[in-house]
Ligand binder design. Structure first.
Ligand code: COI
Length: 372
């Protein structure tokens, strides 16, 4: 039997939903001590008590995930591909010497965090302006160590918040943004940690993003740090594009950069599967920035859990000699037709408006508050 529906609360103004943190009923926490996971604890405040000597605080041993839950038309709530996030979190955890989080525990934590906050899952789109519940699994070395060695205590948390899109509405007409290539800072070293979702990959980019935003660029792009000629990813999300069509009825080609320094985005992976299901061509390969400059590509977009699909209408970079050059993409204003088709299919599957042929939404019957 389908779980009982818990409707969105009327105490929240859903029309003002932003990408922000809002008060919730609490979060779920598990502690691993000496190799053993303890039971789930429910915490009714947005704080965590941490030893001042914890390896997370002192040496940055901390990773995180981002995934979303969506309300379907019948009121049920389902998560998008949480198993993928469980796998990626363990990929990150291994890079910072932390033990594996069992997939079953990861899923239990996600289910519990959403189930206890079901009233905060936004209304079904379009009424919810494509709002969703954002889940943030956090995993860090909570044990204390002065020496530079892994501790014997680790903490895994899943907290949630209702959220809108990172760059504005991700509805049918996605607003396009202007991008800026960061040239004076490298997000990831060759053979470094760029592919892992480590907290430390994000903190150092804040000041560069803030400066770019002040100059009118809401999104920032990183090239490979070894040669500065290949596209890596945006500071917040992956990069993807369509090749300029040779004729109006030619099969679209989705181009996704391949690099050992970029995050393995669940959204990008899903979009590649969707594009394949449309019969489109996929090129997953090292992508020269020159292909952006010389017009080989026409529809460029950022993709990720928070960004969803955010079309990019221009990219500004520093040309040899130091002058800023702006490349206009597509019509320089709106998302292109291929991007909109991908967006409609992705968000349609997530919100239950389109058939979930891939079996991506979970759990099948919906999140059950009685099992929280
Ligand atoms: C996400 O897309 O879930 C992220 O983690 C992006 C965040 C850095 C804003």
């Amino acid at each position: 039997m389908a779980p009982q529906v818990v409707p969105p609360t009327s105490d929240f103004d859903w029309s003002k939903l932003a990408f922000d943190l809002y008060p919730t009923a609490g979060y779920v926490k598990y502690v691993n001590k000496d190799g053993q996971w303890g039971a789930a604890e429910w915490v009714e405040e947005p704080y965590v008590k941490l030893h001042v000597g914890s390896v997370a605080l002192n040496y940055g041993a901390s990773c995180f995930e981002g995934l979303k839950a969506f309300r379907h038309e019948d009121g049920q709530v389902k998560l998008f591909r949480p198993q993928e996030n469980a796998a990626r979190m363990n990929y990150s955890a291994a890079a910072i010497s932390m033990p594996e989080v069992p997939e079953e525990m990861f899923l239990e934590a996600c289910h519990k965090a959403v189930a206890k906050n079901l009233h905060l899952v936004p209304p079904h789109a379009p009424h919810g302006s494509a709002g969703s519940m954002y889940l943030r699994p956090l995993y860090f070395a909570s044990g204390a160590q002065l020496a530079l060695v892994a501790p014997s205590e680790f903490t895994f948390i899943v907290y949630v918040t209702q959220t809108g899109s990172l760059y504005g509405s991700a509805g049918g007409k996605a607003p396009a943004v202007d991008a800026f290539v960061i040239e004076d800072f490298d997000r990831a070293a060759p053979q470094g940690t760029g592919t892992y979702k480590l907290a430390g990959n994000y903190g150092p980019v804040l000041r560069h993003m803030a400066q770019a935003k002040k100059n009118g660029y809401p999104i920032t792009l990183h090239l490979d740090s070894k040669t500065r000629t290949f596209v890596d990813e945006f500071s917040t999300s992956n990069f993807a594009a369509f090749k300029k069509a040779s004729s109006p009825d030619s099969t679209p080609t989705l181009v996704v950069p391949k690099s050992e320094s970029i995050l393995r985005s669940v959204t990008t992976k899903s979009l590649m599967d969707i594009a394949k299901s449309f019969g489109w061509n996929i090129e997953h390969r090292p992508l020269k920035f020159q292909e952006v400059v010389d017009g080989t590509l026409e529809e460029v977009f950022a993709c990720g859990t928070a960004a969803a699909i955010t079309p990019v209408r221009s990219i500004t970079y520093t040309a040899p000699g130091g002058a800023l050059q702006k490349v206009s993409l597509g019509d320089g204003q709106n998302a292109g037709p291929n991007t909109l088709k991908l967006l409609a299919e992705l968000t349609g599957i997530q919100a239950g408006n389109r058939e979930d042929k891939f079996g991506w939404t979970w759990p099948a019957e919906g999140v059950d508050a009685s099992k929280a």
